[in-house]
Design a protein. Sequence first.
Length: 443
Amino acid sequence: MSHEPGNVFHRVLDRPLPRAVRSQGVWIETEDGRRFLDASGGAVVVNVGHGRKEIADAVAAQLGTLTYVHPTMFTSTPLEELARALAAHAPQGLSRFYFMSSGSEAVETAIKFARQVHLARGNPERHLLIARWNSYHGLTLGALAAAGRTPFRLPFYPMLRDAVHLPAPYCLRCSYGLRFPSCRLRCALAIEETIRCLGPGAVSAFIGETVGGASIAVLPPPPGYWPLVREICDRNGVLLIMDEVMCGMGRTGRWFAAEHYGASPDILVLGKGLSGGTIALSAVAVREEHVETVRRTAGNFAHGGTFSHNVTACAAGLAAVRLLERERLVERAAGLGARLGARLREELAPHPNVGDIRGLGMMWGIEFVRERETLAPFPRAEKLTERLWQHLFDHGVITYKSVGMAAGEGDGLIVAPPFVITEEEIELVIAGLKDALQAVLGR
C-alpha cells in the first residue's frame, strides 16, 4: 500500500506516517513510544516550545466565554490586546494588525492591501508585483505567484497572474558573478532597474522574505541590502512588503527580523510562531497612514475571511507573546542561537560536502555541495537532502528540508528548534547531523 489506510487525504502519499500522540519542550512522542527531538520546530513554527500549558489554558478560558464572532460585527478583547502587544514590539511605523489564519492568506492580504492603497491614492495603473527567485510565500494562487520555488509553481503556472521575479541576495551563488561588497549590492539595484523598465507608475509593491527561508536553506541578506531596497521603493512610489512568516516572532533573536537591518517596511507579514505553533494564526502589520488612506477613500478594505480576526486564535497568540516576554525567549534565541550556529560551524564546516553554514538566532541552514572548491551541487536526482533527512528522522532528530537553491539543483537542511532547547539537546542535534553525513556520504 502506498499510503496509510483510512479517510485522511494526507500531504504525504508515498509512505505511512508515524502517529504523534504528545509533545513537550523540544520533544515529540509517537504512539509506539519513540521520541523525536524537534530540531526544526516542524516547519520552523514552534518557538515557545511544545506543550505550553499557558497557551492551552488561555484557549480553554476563551472557549468557555466567547467562541466566535464575525469580524465585521464585533471586536474582542484578545484581538485588541494581541494587536496592542505586537505594536509594542513592531518596527517603527507599523501599528495596525490584520489577522488571518495561514501565512499564505496573510501574504495575499498584504498584496491586496498594497493594491488598494494605490487605488485609494488614485494610482490604478500600479498593479505589478516584484518578487524574488528562491523565495517562499505560500501555496495559494496569489502567494504562489509571488513565490520563487519552481517545483511548486510549474503544475499551476497557467493559473497564475505571475509576479516579476529577480535574483535573491545570495552571495554564495551571486547571479551576477560578483562579490560583496564590491558588487555595490547589484541584486538590490536590479529592483530599481526593473521598476523603471516595467514603466513609470506600474509597480505596486516589492515583496521579499526578510531572511530567506525554506527555499534557500536560510539566507540572511548582506549588510545594506534592506536599507537600499527601502530607498529604492521610496524613490519610485513602490510599497515594501517584508515576509516574516518564518523569520519573525523572535526566530532570528529579535522580535522582528527587520530590526537587524535598520529598515522598516510598509507592510510586514507574520505567521507560524505567532501563536507558538498552536492554532493557525497569521497577521499583516501595516502603517496607520495607509489604513487611513483606504478608510478615507474606500470606507473599508475589500478583503476578509470567516476566520479572520478570530478570537480563539488571538487568545493563543496573546498567550504566546506573553511567554516570549515573560521568559525572555527572544533574548534566549539570540544567545543560545549564537551557540547553536557556532557548534554547527565547529563540527560540520570541515566536512568536504558542506558548502556553507548560515543563519542567525534560532534559524540556521546548511548547504551541501558535491565539490566545495567549485560549489558544484549534487544533482537533484540523487535526493541527498531527502536521504539525510530520513536518516536523521529514523534516528529521532527532525530537521527541515530545503532544495533547489542552485538553479534547481542543490541540497540543504534547516535547523531551527524551539527557543527552549538546552545546550545538551543542541549537542544531540549536532551528533545526529554528523552521524547522518557519515551514513549517507561515507565521511
